[in-house]
Each structure stands twice: as structure tokens, then as C-alpha cells.
Ligand binder design. Structure first.
Ligand code: GLU
Ligand code: ZN
Length: 301
């Protein structure tokens, strides 16, 4: 078993991150496997070296250890570009110059007050740029525009349904085999962004390529990413990559039941550390067993 923790160095780690990291670590340890760390720093406008240092520092303090080297997404841009080019050259992608506002306006146009369907990657793309002349298969890929996956072409190559195994739970209690049908891919996911403007990649493309490159067998992460997994298995199928097992866990919420955000410094691990709490206190606060003894860990839901 190979698990990973993949934080973005854009703010302090909070209790929710601690839960995710400890769970992934303990699962690998209980199985005699490997726990890996990946720094998701593709958004160079928000990533900061001091947050990356704080991540190592907090995780060490929690008593976690991981196999080195740590993979940093900013070192992987060439690998992302190579796959993006392949999809482009295959005619499976197109350039999109829409702003978020354009997308919303196009969606609202047919009918005032129309319900905007939200997919795992935001509102379903209305297709504005789909048939422009900047479509893959012809010419070179512009790098001053977003690149979207041409789902209507991809769907032609997809099996009737794709499937992944969920060993945790999705937000609606989804567990076991989870399917994504070709219909669903077109109607509820659509042309998601493969590469953001001036970034050369997206969260979805990077995470799928990295999980494969790192040989991750079990993706342990928060339920907020459950819907995104449907995008990820489509990409894995398209790129000929293995689909890991997914274990989505519940989110740690604050006392008011709101999910913790990076900006809530109150719940930052370093704040608890400064207040004198111990790693054992943190394990207890997130409801994880103190011992990472395999038998005890396995009893966890
Ligand atoms: N980097 C993402 C985050 O900080 C997690 C990505 C993942 O686990 O797939 O929320
Ligand atoms: Zn567009």
C-alpha cells in the first residue's frame, strides 16, 4: 500500500489537514506500506516557501515520517506539458478564453434564472469556445489561454461506464464501487479545465499524473474531493493510467459545523502547538487512535 498526503503550501495546516495526514500515514503503516508527501504548489501566485517549511515542521511534530524525496509539483511542469500536448495533438482539447463571468453569462442567457448546474469543476462549461479554430489536432497549443478537455470527443472513446472503489464515504454516504457513466461525463462534468491560463496544468491533470508517477495505491483525502474523483478516473482512463483505491474521509468542522478553511488561523496546528497542546492531543481532537498499532488502526471505520 502506498498512500500520500498532498497539501498546498498556501497557508498553515489546520486540524483537517492533520486528520488527513495522520490517517494516510497510519493506513500505510498498518499495512506495512509507504507514506509519501507531495507539495502541490502549481499555483505559484499563492504558494510560499515559508508555508512549505511550516508543513514539514508541523508533520514532523505530529510524529509522521515519509519516504523521500518529496515530490514538488513545480518540478513536474514538463511532465504535465508533455501529457497536455499529447491530448491536444489527439484533438481531445481546445483553447478557452472565457472568463468566469463569460461562462456564467452564457449559462444564464437561454432563460433568465435558469438553474446553473455545478459540476465537480464549477459550472458545466456551456461550450462557447468548443468549435473555435484553436482546437487540438490542428496547429500549436496556445499557452496564453486555458485548455479544456473536449468531453464530447472523449466520450466517444470512453467505455459505457468507468468505476472506482471507495473504501471511505462520499458526502452522501457513497461507498463501495462508484460508477461514472459516459452520459454523466457529458452532462454533469463536461469540458473541464486541463490547464489554466499561464499555468500549464490544472489541479486535476497534475494530481492524476503524480498519483501514477508516485505509484499511489490508496488516495486518502477529504470528502470535498469526492466529486473531483470522477474527473480523475476519466483522465486515468484516457491517459492509460491505473486507478487507485479512494478513501474519502469526513471533514473536520469547527464548533459551528462549518468546514475549516485555510484562512482560519485559529485552527492552525501551529496555534495549538504554541498553546502547548501535544501531538497526542491533536490525534484525540480529530478522533484518531493514539497508537498506530496495526490492530487498533484497522478497527477504525
Ligand atoms: N492539494 C489538495 C489540497 O490541499 C489536495 C489534493 C488531493 O489530495 O488530491 O486540498
Ligand atoms: Zn471559452
Amino acid at each position: 500500500m502506498i498512500t500520500r498526503f498532498a497539501p498546498s503550501p498556501t497557508g498553515p495546516l489546520h486540524l483537517g489537514h492533520a486528520y488527513s495526514a495522520i490517517l494516510a500515514h497510519d493506513m500505510a503503516q498498518a499495512a506495512g506500506g509507504t507514506f509519501l508527501l507531495r507539495i502541490e504548489d502549481i499555483d505559484q501566485t499563492r504558494a510560499r516557501p515559508e508555508w512549505e517549511d511550516q508543513i514539514y515542521n508541523d508533520l514532523e511534530w505530529l510524529g509522521l515520517s515519509w519516504d523521500t524525496p518529496v515530490l514538488r509539483q513545480s518540478d513536474r511542469l514538463e511532465a504535465y506539458q508533455a501529457r497536455l500536448d499529447a491530448l491536444w495533438n489527439d484533438g481531445l482539447a481546445f483553447a478557452c478564453t472565457c472568463t468566469r463571468r463569460d461562462v456564467m453569462a452564457a449559462l444564464a442567457a437561454p432563460q433568465e434564472g435558469m438553474l446553473v448546474l455545478a459540476g465537480p469543476d464549477g459550472p458545466i462549461y456551456p461550450g462557447t469556445c468548443r468549435d473555435n479554430d484553436k482546437t487540438g489536432g490542428t496547429g500549436h497549443r496556445p499557452d496564453d489561454a486555458a485548455i479544456r478537455l473536449a468531453m464530447h470527443h472523449v466520450a466517444d472513446r470512453m467505455p459505457d461506464q468507468l468505476i472506482f472503489t471507495e473504501t471511505g464515504t462520499g458526502p452522501q454516504g457513497e461507498t463501495g464501487p462508484i460508477t461514472v457513466t459516459r452520459r454523466e461525463a457529458q452532462d454533469t462534468i463536461g469540458d473541464f479545465v486541463l490547464s489554466r491560463r499561464d499555468m500549464g496544468t490544472s489541479y486535476h491533470l497534475s494530481v492524476v499524473l503524480d498519483d501514477a508517477a508516485q505509484g499511489v495505491t490508496h488516495v486518502v483525502r477529504g470528502q470535498d474531493l469526492f466529486e473531483a474523483t470522477k474527473i480523475h478516473i476519466i483522465l486515468q482512463s484516457l491517459l492509460g493510467l491505473p486507478t487507485p483505491i479512494y478513501h474519502h474521509h469526513t471533514l473536520i468542522r469547527d464548533d459551528a459545523g462549518k468546514r475549516l478553511a485555510k484562512r482560519d488561523d485559529a485552527r492552525a496546528l501551529r496555534t495549538y502547538r504554541a498553546e502547548g497542546l501535544s501531538p497526542a492531543d491533536i490525534r484525540q481532537m480529530v478522533g484518531l487512535p493514539l497508537s498506530s498499532d496495526p490492530k487498533k488502526s484497522r478497527r477504525r471505520p
